[in-house]
Design a binder for this molecule. Structure first.
Ligand SMILES: [Zn+2]
Ligand SMILES: [Zn+2]
Length: 335
């Protein structure tokens, strides 16, 4: 395949600015990297937090995007196990050091020297990307469609959040029913759980969407749950939801915060946490999370509801995600 010198990309040139559609040199893979021709890249809420400057470590200028499906077109000299022509998924976790105490303890999601795709290294809002081969995942034939791009973050982070819950939890609340929740509910249904979907108050469209996907109940986030919840996962970046979820939580239950950023959590009375209720966050992912989830996603044939945009309309996709106009997930397609 002929590799051009230049590629189209959407670039963040300054915090708080619109992305700029421009040409950049096609990057060259080093000996342990792949050059991947991007097919599709999901738009994740984390991208909004990066663009808005709520996450402080972004490389600028930056190509955002960390839910990437693409085809390998060139491999570095030292890459084994992966071949040109194969289709891979590229997630948020782009590098870990392997030497820090977290890596050694098997918690590479907490690595002190980690690099993140579309945040501290360039991501997938572009026609090509270089990625560290050890952080790319070959996709089975069932996962190679454009529609599967959101599995690479919304799916993975949702799954890591879900695995923090006790296996015997039956009644699970999801606060924020967007990309992550609409994937996770399929895993939960498969495992016989009952899902209670909490959306923005009055967002009947999303509430119906949740019911269509098999939620036991759906309603506004200020509503009382019809049963006490064994666990709740919060995907929306709204601190007040932590309190709302605790109010609906049964004794011994847990609230998991799946997002990378959240507005301030209001103070709340101790009795909401008393009786061994727990509150935990989820940070990043490990490569084992990715392998486990992608296997499961292929096995149960997870589907996604996606709205597609051409690369140069990334700003429109971001705006629609910001105002809650997207049911499911937004995905950029490269030409
Ligand atoms: Zn490390
Ligand atoms: Zn993400």
């Amino acid at each position: 395949m002929i590799i051009p010198d230049l590629m189209n990309a959407m670039v963040l040139e300054g915090v708080g600015q619109q992305l700029v559609y421009k040409q950049l040199p096609v990057p060259q893979p080093s000996e342990n990297q792949l050059l991947v021709k991007v097919m599709a890249c999901g738009v994740c809420r984390t991208d909004l937090h990066i663009i808005d400057g709520e996450l402080k470590s972004a490389k600028i200028p930056l190509v955002p995007g960390h839910e990437i499906i693409g085809r390998i077109i060139k491999i570095g000299n030292k890459v084994k196990d992966l071949k040109e022509g194969s289709i891979v998924g590229i997630p948020w976790l782009g590098y870990t050091c392997g030497n820090c105490k977290y890596c050694i303890a098997g918690k590479e999601n907490l690595c002190e020297n980690a690099k993140f795709t579309g945040y501290t290294i360039d991501g997938g809002y572009a026609e090509y990307i270089v990625a560290n081969a050890q952080f790319c995942f070959p996709l089975s034939s069932k996962l190679q469609a454009f529609t599967k791009a959101p599995l690479l973050c919304a799916g993975l982070i949702g799954y890591r959040s879900y695995r923090k819950i006790n296996d015997d939890a039956k009644h699970i609340g999801l606060y924020g029913f967007g990309a992550a929740a609409h994937i996770l509910i399929q895993v939960a249904n498969y495992q016989g759980k009952d899902i209670y979907a909490f959306t923005r108050d009055g967002d009947l469209l999303t509430q119906q969407f949740a019911l269509k996907l098999g939620a036991k109940w759906s309603g506004g986030s200020s509503e009382k749950s019809p049963v006490k919840l064994d666990a709740a996962i919060i995907f929306a970046p709204v601190g007040e939801l932590v309190v709302r979820a605790l109010e609906n939580l049964d004794k011994g239950g847990v609230v998991i915060c799946g997002g990378i950023h959240m507005s301030e959590i209001p103070s709340f009375p101790y009795h909401l946490l008393w009786e061994e209720r727990g509150l935990q966050t989820v940070a990043n992912l490990t490569r084992q999370d990715a392998r486990d989830f992608l296997n499961l996603a292929a096995q149960i044939d997870i589907t996604t509801d996606t709205k597609f945009y051409p690369l140069h309309q990334a700003n429109e996709a971001i705006l629609e995600l910001r105002v809650g106009k997207i049911l499911g997930a937004a995905v950029l397609l490269m030409s």
